[in-house]
Every structure is written in C-alpha cells, then in structure tokens.
Design a protein around this ligand. Structure first.
Ligand code: GDP
Ligand code: MG
Length: 150
C-alpha cells in the first residue's frame, strides 16, 4: 500500500467543494488515514512548493495557497500516488480530462482546487511536512475485501 498527500486548496474550500472532492476519493476505494483543516503560513507554503522557487508564478502560488484555509489529507491505497494523480487531472484545468477533479470543477491553472503528490518521494516529504506520525492512523476498513481481490 502507498500513501500520498492530498490538499484541497483555498479555492476548493471557498467554493464548497471539499465534500465533493473527498467523496470522490472515498468512492474510489481509497482510504483516508489522516485529515485536517489548516491555514498555511508563508514558511510552510514555501517549503511545500520549494521545487518551484525560481518559477515566475512562485509568488502568486504562495499568495494563492496561503489565502485561506485548506484541507490536508493522507490517502492510502494500492498505487495511491499515481491513482490520485490520475483522478485529479492535468495541472491546467482547461486541459484536464472530464471525470477528473480539475477537469470537472476548475477553469484556471492558478485556481486548480486540489494538490496531490507527484511521486512516492514527494509524498513522503509532503506528508512529513504536514502531519506528525501520531496524526496518521493505521486502521482496517470494513470494505477492504470488496475493494481489492487480494
Ligand atoms: P501540480 O503538481 O499539477 O499541482 O502542478 P505543478 O507542481 O507543476 O505546479 C504546482 C502548482 O503551481 C499548480 O497546481 C498551480 O496551482 C501552480 N502553477 C503551476 N504552473 C503555473 C502557471 O504557469 N501559472 C500559475 N499562475 N500557477 C501555476
Ligand atoms: Mg506538483
């Protein structure tokens, strides 16, 4: 099983899409093993998006992600990193396929409602930035035998 980091960005919270987005992951068969609402400060935002520090959109990105509360989650499942990336769709919502979160619910790259880790390595880094080990729960879900053959 893999764990990935998912975050409903401030526009997703403001637009009342948190439940819709969380529900998609639940219905897929993924397991939410950690979740909280928080308002990210600039320091954490800059750490989270460190790979984009030199990009022209960096300041706008930090303003955006710190502009209101977000919902952060750790999502677990088989191949969870790539499954969740597929579910959220391309970075630019105008190019994201219908059926994806961004394809269905967003219009603009700078307001693309959701974040998800792009690799196992990013997932581990991002999870440890946002969650302490005791905020992540190991538990069995009743439907596991119905979601996975084995
Ligand atoms: P992601 O992994 O699909 O979220 O995309 P990236 O890691 O490439 O970029 C991180 C976030 O920066 C994106 O989700 C967007 O919110 C934002 N971003 C990326 N490219 C642009 C851009 O060209 N302009 C603006 N305004 N924001 C961007
Ligand atoms: Mg990224």
């Amino acid at each position: 099983m893999e764990r990935t980091f998912v975050m409903i960005k401030p526009d997703g919270v403001q637009r009342g899409l948190a439940g819709e987005i969380i529900s998609r992951f639940e219905r897929k068969g993924l397991k939410i093993v950690a979740m909280k609402m928080l308002w990210i400060g600039r320091e954490l935002a800059e750490q989270h998006y460190a790979e984009h520090k030199e990009k022209p959109f960096f300041n706008a990105l930090i303003d955006y992600i710190t502009s209101g509360p977000v919902v952060a989650m750790v999502v677990e499942g088989r191949s969870a990193v790539s499954v969740v990336r597929t579910m959220i769709g391309k970075t630019n919502p105008a190019e994201a396929a219908p059926g994806t979160v961004r394809g269905d619910l967003a219009m603009d790259t700078g307001r693309n409602v959701v974040h998800a880790s792009d690799s196992l390595q990013s997932a581990e880094r991002e999870i440890s930035l946002f969650f302490k080990p005791d905020e992540i729960f190991d538990y069995a879900k009743v439907d596991e035998d119905w979601v996975y053959e084995k």
